[in-house]
Design a protein around this ligand. Structure first.
Ligand SMILES: [Zn+2]
Length: 476
């Protein structure tokens, strides 16, 4: 597609997504799908359930079970087969009552032929987002101009093989570019999760954040200092009365941890904290049923339905962000059997990428080499960098006991990680899938994509590695 056509296609997409456009009989009773929801030249749509039966689409893919990706998917769905991971299949059947006859779970990591697609194969790759989330790597010929876009492909019917990598929502990591399906392949189009495509989003790697939270609660439980200096008042505890594996001392630690989460996602932080306290995890029946859909035996073995049997409680994110946290704690304290839990102090965690505040004076239009250097040389994130945020308007009886921490924990890529990903694989075109509602936002993102392309070519023509050097396969 020429840059002129691309601009026009985006304008058409923006009109299709206009909230004021209502599906009526006159416009076919459905909303038009924007061009980026249907793979060019293939009868395949991704995360496009709000558009009803899309013309000529025979396979509907779902990257993961977050509501903004499955909009309008319900028990009434009858527009075609839905392909996704096993966990996502369990979740949409459980949460949305989608009839199982429409759902086709696919295996991870092996190329699988998509039925009625003109021979396209797809490989599912773990996205490092929420449970069940995946990237889709499609490979095949263009056989049909499906969808509503007026921009058609000239390659339909040709023998050329096209490759598309749809990232859904993901936290980019070396594993993605080292995957045998992706490594060394020329990808025609990458559909990129551009949630944090802005240099101000320089939050730390996820494993470091999980360790920092776990270490913070371990220290508080042990009566150790949490500002990096020994606490004179807790000398006895420093001499070792607290033992991570001792249940007796755990019961004496007087600590209750509350972690806010969305319906799915952020399980890693919950497990990390629970392990550091050697505690079980409590959540309500609704959340437990959702967690049971996820293929995580370790997590399931840690769950309990008795709130007084766990020092780690998982609640909806909204509860931690509001005065409902105080209500939650009070309600727990009013239970007849609450003495079994014996807590005197509550630590609540609010994990979200948006919690992160960039350092003052940060360069907002750095060169790509500066972006790489800045993040690679940064000291690891530790518990000492976790800071309490404004206390909630909790009831007076419990307010003094609650400390809420914002945690810069994101399941989307940081700007640095997006940059590493873009430099480390061979793509021709990138299509942003988030923050695409305005021409100004799209232009800003395009300018970064152009910088990545230039830097990638510079690195390739020199001696530098194709894949940006990484600290672990889990994170750059
Ligand atoms: Zn998501």
């Amino acid at each position: 597609m020429s840059s002129h056509d691309e601009k026009a296609a985006w304008e058409e997409a923006q009109q299709a997504e206009d909230r004021n456009v209502k599906p009526t009989k006159a416009n076919g009773g459905r909303r038009n799908a924007p061009f980026y929801k249907v793979l060019q030249g293939m009868p395949i749509a991704v995360d496009a359930f709000r558009y009803g039966a899309i013309p000529n689409v025979t396979a509907y893919f779902l990257t993961h079970a977050h509501s903004d990706h499955y909009t309008n998917l319900s028990s009434n769905w009858k527009n075609g087969l839905i392909y996704c991971s096993e966990t996502t299949a369990n979740l949409v059947v459980h949460m949305l009552s989608v009839d199982k006859k429409w759902v086709r779970p696919l295996p991870m990591n092996v190329p699988t032929v998509v039925p009625n697609s003109g021979g396209v194969t797809v490989t599912l790759i773990e996205a490092n987002h929420c449970p069940g989330s995946c990237l889709f790597f499609f490979e095949g010929k263009q056989t049909v101009n499906a969808g509503d876009s007026s921009f058609k492909s000239n390659f339909v019917g040709s023998s050329r093989i096209f490759r598309y990598l749809h990232c859904g929502d993901f936290r980019a990591c070396p594993h993605h570019v080292l995957h045998p399906s992706v490594k060394g392949k020329k990808i025609d189009t990458v559909y990129l999760d551009t949630t944090y495509l802005n240099p101000k989003y320089c939050f730390p790697p996820q494993p470091q954040v999980v360790s920092a939270c776990a270490e913070l609660v371990r220290r508080v439980a042990a009566g150790e200092s949490i500002d990096g200096t020994p606490d004179a008042g807790s000398r006895t505890s420093l001499t070792g009365w607290f033992n991570k594996s001792s249940e007796a001392s755990l019961k004496a630690c007087g600590l209750l941890i509350v972690v806010g989460t969305y319906s799915i996602g952020k399980e890693r932080i919950v497990k990390g904290i629970a392990k550091s306290l050697n505690s079980k995890i409590f959540c309500d029946g609704r959340k437990t049923a959702i967690l049971r859909c996820e293929d995580d035996d370790e997590l399931l073995s840690m769950l309990t339905n008795d709130p007084c049997d766990a020092r780690v409680h998982v609640v909806p994110l909204g509860t931690v962000s509001s005065d409902r946290l105080g209500d939650y704690i009070e309600k727990l304290a009013r239970r007849k059997d609450s003495s079994r839990l014996k807590w005197e102090r509550v630590i609540a965690f609010r994990p979200t990428g948006w919690t992160f505040t960039p350092p003052a004076g940060m360069d907002m239009s750095p060169s790509i080499s500066k972006v790489l250097a800045r993040d690679m040389t940064r000291a690891p994130f530790t518990y000492a960098q976790l800071k309490p945020i404004r206390a909630n308007a909790a009831p007076v009886s419990v307010k003094s006991k609650i400390t809420v921490y914002g945690v810069p924990y994101s399941e989307h890529s940081s700007f640095f990680e997006l940059t590493c990903f873009a430099l480390s694989c061979d793509w021709v075109r990138m299509i942003a899938t988030v923050n695409v509602g305005s021409a100004a936002s799209r232009a800003k993102m395009s300018s970064w994509v152009a910088k990545w392309e230039k830097e990638r070519e510079r690195r390739r023509s020199g001696e530098e590695d194709v894949v940006v050097p990484y600290r672990s396969e889990d994170y750059w």
